[in-house]
Design a protein around this ligand. Structure first.
Ligand code: HBI
Ligand code: FE
Length: 290
């Protein structure tokens, strides 16, 4: 969410210094719980065979199929036992340093509001469906949980090096829009895809986007678009490998190199890319012409 700018500078009225607020679960209306149920049902039907087994296992073990918007306390209790993560409520986007500090301490910040009925398919700000259904199942996976914590610590360091744009792209192309190879097939695990009815099909089946083997430096050089389906997806071989490169990379010299490297556009193909699918970009071209 780094290329967005409607983030406030100070915690709003009623929020703590760390920007958290009470979820206030009792305040959700029946209509709001029903919105969750509609979104959940649609994705629950669509995701088996498409989402990573780790994601599907997380939905299961966290009992997200229970009707209604999940209660963060109940969810945190289950998650804490599994991987030591918690879910805390925030009013919307929080500043980068606050976001990273929560991750580094195994707290995932989630918006407590839910989208309106006319926004079922698209909204800009992360709501409780994106944050909880999209992100939280992966936090029940020990390896991915460690990756998210490592990312938070890396984020705090990136702020010191003034290289946040590069690190934000790593988050974008893994946590938000990542694909993984599982048993010879592509599966989705990025929260922006699994929580989107359209993109959870597009990301795997559409001929338009490029699908490229994950490479840390390549990803950090690639711009992203926040307003439509992605034009490129990066594919990791396993969560273990993603965690390994993140923990083993010495980011200080990497940021130095990146400072002098040019950026790639979302549809560019670079020398050295291992292309799993060369996209037609037909979808993006059509949208640009419209
Ligand atoms: N705040 N609530 C919220 N959710 C995010 O995903 C988020 C944020 N603040 C900053 C931020 N993400 C970015 O720094 C990351 O995308 C890198
Ligand atoms: Fe997200």
């Amino acid at each position: 969410m780094n290329e967005e700018s409607h983030v406030l500078e100070k915690p709003p009225e009623g929020a703590s210094a760390d920007w958290t607020i009470p979820q206030d679960w009792a305040a959700y209306s029946a209509q709001e719980h029903a919105t969750w149920d509609i979104l959940f049902e649609r994705q629950a039907k669509q995701l088996p065979g498409r989402a990573s087994e780790a994601f599907l296992a997380g939905v299961d073990v966290l009992k997200l199929s229970k009707p209604g918007i999940p209660d963060f306390e109940e969810l945190s209790e289950r998650l804490m036992k599994l991987t030591g993560w918690q879910v805390v409520a925030v009013p919307g986007l929080v500043p980068d340093a606050v976001f990273f500090d929560h991750l580094a301490n195994r707290r995932f910040v989630a918006g407590n509001f839910i989208r309106k009925r006319e926004q079922l398919d698209y909204l800009q700000e992360p709501d409780v469906f994106h944050d909880v259904f999209g992100h939280v199942p992966m936090l029940a996976n020990p390896v991915f949980g460690d990756y998210m914590e490592a990312y938070g610590r890396g984020g705090l360091r990136a702020l010191e090096y003034d290289s946040l744009d590069h690190l934000a792209r790593l988050y974008w192309y893994t946590v938000e829009f990542g694909l993984i190879e599982e048993a010879g097939d592509l599966r989705i695990y990025g929260s922006g895809i699994v929580s989107s009815h359209g993109e959870s099909v597009f990301a795997l089946d559409d001929p338009s986007p490029n699908r490229i083997a994950f490479d840390m430096k390549r990803v950090m050089r690639t711009n992203y678009r926040i307003d439509d389906f992605q034009q490129v997806y990066f594919v990791i071989p396993s969560f273990e490998e993603l965690l390994r490169v993140t923990v083993e990379t010495d980011f200080a010299p990497l940021y130095g190199e990146l400072e002098n490297a040019s950026d790639f556009g979302p549809a560019d193909i670079a020398e050295g890319d291992i292309l799993l699918t060369r996209g037609t970009q037909a979808y993006a071209c059509e949208r640009a012409a419209a």
